[in-house]
Ligand binder design. Structure first.
Ligand code: NAD
Ligand code: TDX
Length: 330
């Protein structure tokens, strides 16, 4: 297939691109290379893909890319992705995630494509208490500027399918983790801080629960949906591996052989969603996909990867310390 992947230099996008190239697909990537984008993630496939450094809100340039690449499938990952940053400045979230998605949908519609995979998230459903799980039918109740921007992008996909017949398939995935995740997200923060003997910030009382999906599983789930999913449908992609944050931090510290005292309870995230949980039975029944990696296996692989790639993580530190200074000051 001729694929155009937006956000392919990001954490999940690059895992998808590596898999797609491995399967023999013809891949072009469009990415703005924001602070979160990094071509190092694509080093091993760079000779096999075409890369465009561009902002997806730039319609003229996106049209130019479509004219050159003539994609059959658009795989849309590009987004601002960090909840904490959206609380500090929502603007880039609305701009890239809503306006950018609209541009990609619009150009896809005028140029004509076979499928548009719209990457959404479990956060669009809002949060749960200790019980229950979200199905694709659950109402959308996003709580942060980030999740509102994602819910808007998700609904734009729905509208383009319904109103214009654009073949859009939507994937709502749970929290990803694994190699190459930008070290502002929880698991790499734990590893980076622990490796440097620094305190690990645990928001609130650490009881908030996330469902952790290994990034290679997420990428294979998206590939399966592209190959076997139906346009107009939504598929939840999760792992059933739910863990309170404090248990996640303890698991990482145990693997690293570090003291649990490194955990420091800090001020809670405003509006902090308590729990996410996805019912992924539809994607299993209709597409035949389930996650393969247990949390124990995935977290071990992830910690090992970071320990052997500390130079990559340290490179990000100058930028991160500026961000952390602002985040902790507020
Ligand atoms: P990421 O922040 O690692 O990567 C995002 C990529 O998009 C970066 O390479 C960045 O340069 C690019 N980008 C951002 N704005 C752009 C713009 N205007 N034009 C072009 N490129 C732009 O994010 P990620 O964690 O890989 O997430 C990928 C997608 O999956 C996002 O849509 C995110 O909302 C969604 N998602 C993420 C998770 C998760 O746990 N990480 C879970 C569910 C869904
Ligand atoms: O330093 C931290 N301390 C802490 O306790 C950080 C960064 C996070 N946390 C908590 C907040 C959350 O309960 O850990 C949990 C996970 O936080 P994040 O890694 O920021 O992820 P989350 O807010 O759950 O959002 C993620 O999952 C859904 C991704 O960043 C989104 O892009 C995705 O859509």
């Amino acid at each position: 297939m001729r694929m155009l992947v937006s956000g392919g230099a990001g954490f999940i996008g690059s895992a998808f691109v590596r898999q797609a190239v491995g399967k023999g697909h013809n891949v072009a990537v469009v990415d703005k290379l924001t602070y979160a984008g990094d071509l190092t993630r694509l080093e091993e496939v760079m000779d096999d893909i075409t890369f465009y450094k561009a902002d997806i809100t730039n319609k003229e340039f996106i049209e130019h890319i479509f004219n050159k690449e003539k994609p059959e499938v658009v795989v849309h990952f590009a987004a601002e992705s960090h909840v904490d940053r959206s609380l500090m400045d929502p603007y880039p979230f609305i701009n890239s995630n809503v306006m950018g998605t609209q541009v990609l949908l619009d150009v896809s519609r005028t140029k004509g494509i076979d499928l548009f995979m719209n990457m959404s998230t479990d956060e669009v459903y809002g949060d749960l208490g200790k019980d229950g799980t979200f199905t694709e039918e659950s109402p959308l109740k996003p709580n942060s500027p980030y999740s509102v921007s994602k819910a808007s992008a998700d609904m734009l996909g729905r509208a383009y399918y319904r109103s214009f017949g654009l073949p859009v398939v939507t994937v709502r995935a749970s929290n990803n983790y694994g190699p190459w995740q930008y070290p502002e997200k929880f698991i790499p923060v734990i590893i980076l801080k622990a490796m440097n003997g620094e305190k690990i910030p645990i928001y609130g009382d650490g009881t908030n629960i996330r469902e952790w999906l290994y990034v290679e599983d997420c990428a294979s789930g998206i590939m399966a949906v592209i190959e076997k999913g139906k346009a107009g449908e939504i598929y939840n992609i999760g792992s059933k591996e739910e863990r309170p944050n404090i248990e996640v931090a303890k698991a990482v510290l145990t693997i690293l052989g570090k003291d649990k005292d490194l955990m420091e309870f800090v001020k809670d995230r405003p509006g902090h969603d308590f729990r996410y949980s996805l019912d992924a039975s539809k994607v299993k029944a209709e597409v035949g996909w389930t996650a393969k990696t247990s949390f124990e296996e995935g977290i071990k692989k992830t910690v090992d990867w970071y320990v052997s790639h500390m130079n990559w993580v340290e490179e990000k530190k100058a930028y991160l310390s500026e961000y952390w200074k602002r985040a902790y000051a507020e």
